[in-house]
Structure formats: structure tokens, C-alpha cells
Design a protein around this ligand. Structure first.
Ligand code: SF4
Length: 212
């Protein structure tokens, strides 16, 4: 029998413990990291962030020439494209005086629309920024979540937004819960429910339909 999203959350939390996300020490660094991590892993994004350590303030980074920015973020891959994306993001952020406090008061769906209008910001990056920087209760319907819930037996809708909305409707609107849930699903997707799953010892084995 399919269990509730809340049940799965509690099981994962019990097994993996609190994950303490996002793994960056400032909101600005986190937002830049969410662009750098596109199509790569956090280790490579971190190397690029390390190269950017003297520029991790929005005004300072905005003044950096795009070519130099691209050179510094080389370890994250797709660096020319990502430099353009970061510049586009900074251009948008400047409209708010680079002040996150002005953005946090805005309504979640309005903010998502604005973020999605920025060059290089797709659904997942927009939602990561909304959740971890702007503290909005958003479910990140990424590939880890899709793979895990599909295997568990849920009928996961095809579109990103339909899946996101389905989970959001089923859970209380609590930012801390969505923050932890995403981190736990990533932990589970990297530990047990990998592309080639390790079902032995999985904390969800007794409730999983193992739909491969
Ligand atoms: S039992 Fe296997 S398929 Fe099911 S959630 Fe665990 S690792 Fe994934």
C-alpha cells in the first residue's frame, strides 16, 4: 500500500538524520552555487566557489568582467554559459538593490515567475533559490525525487510543476520540512535508491513496490 509523503519523510529522517542543508555559508553564495551546480556535482561547484571567494558579494561580482568570471568558474563546467547565467541573475538581483530581504516578502509564485524569466534559471534552480535563499515552502521535484517515488509505487506525473504541486498539496506549508525533505531525498538517492538501487538495508524496503 502506498504510504503518505509525510510517512516517507519521517522514515528517511529517522534513518539519515537531519542533513543541515544548504551546504553554503551565505545566501548569496548559495544562489550562485545553485547555478554552478547545474549539470555537475557539488564538489565541482565548490571548487568554482573557492575560486570566487574574493568576489562573493553581489556588487563585487557584478563588476567582474564576464570573461574573468568564466575563467574562475571553469571547474564547474559549461563555464561560458554559466558566466552568462550568473550575469543575468545579477542583473535581475540589482533591480532589488541586491537585497534578499526585499525579495523574501514577495509572494512565492510571483517570485518563481520572475526567476524563471532570467536566462539560465530553470524550474529546479528557481525552486532551490526559492526554498534555500528566500525560505519559501517549495518541493523540489528533481530527478532524485522522481526516481524514488516512482520506484516506491506512486503515480508520478510527467511535468515538473505537476509533480511539485502534487507533493506540496499533500504536505503542510512549512519551509523547514521542504528544506529537509529535499536533502533527505538526495541522501537516499545517493545511498540506496541510486540508478542501480541497493535495496538491501533500505529504510523504505517494507513499503516499496520496487517498480524498476
Ligand atoms: S527498496 Fe530499493 S527501490 Fe525501493 S526505495 Fe529502497 S532502494 Fe529504492
Amino acid at each position: 500500500m502506498i504510504k503518505s509523503y509525510d510517512f516517507i519523510y519521517r522514515r528517511l529522517l529517522e534513518y539519515y538524520g537531519p542533513q543541515g542543508w544548504w551546504p553554503a555559508d551565505s545566501d548569496f553564495k548559495m544562489m550562485i552555487g545553485s547555478i554552478l551546480v547545474q549539470n555537475t556535482n557539488w564538489k565541482n561547484a565548490e571548487k568554482a566557489l573557492e575560486n570566487l571567494k574574493h568576489y562573493l558579494q553581489p556588487e563585487v561580482m557584478h563588476q567582474l568582467a564576464e570573461e574573468k568570471l568564466a575563467h574562475l568558474i571553469r571547474p564547474s563546467g559549461y563555464y561560458n554559459m554559466k558566466a552568462k547565467k550568473i550575469k543575468a541573475f545579477l542583473y535581475w538581483y540589482k533591480k532589488y538593490d541586491y537585497r534578499l530581504s526585499l525579495l523574501k516578502f514577495r509572494e512565492k509564485n510571483e517570485l518563481r515567475k520572475e526567476l524563471l524569466n532570467i536566462y539560465g534559471i530553470g524550474n529546479e534552480t528557481a525552486d532551490v533559490i526559492l526554498l534555500y535563499a528566500m525560505e519559501k515552502p517549495v518541493f523540489i521535484a528533481d530527478n532524485y525525487a522522481r526516481r524514488i517515488f516512482r520506484r516506491l509505487g506512486y503515480n508520478v506525473p510527467h511535468g515538473y510543476d505537476r509533480f511539485r504541486e502534487m507533493v506540496e498539496r499533500a504536505l503542510p506549508e512549512e519551509t523547514s520540512l521542504f528544506n529537509e525533505y529535499h536533502a533527505l531525498l538526495v541522501a537516499h538517492g545517493k545511498t540506496h535508491c541510486k540508478a542501480a538501487p541497493i535495496c538491501e538495508g533500505c529504510p523504505l524496503l517494507d513499503v516499496c513496490e520496487q517498480r524498476f
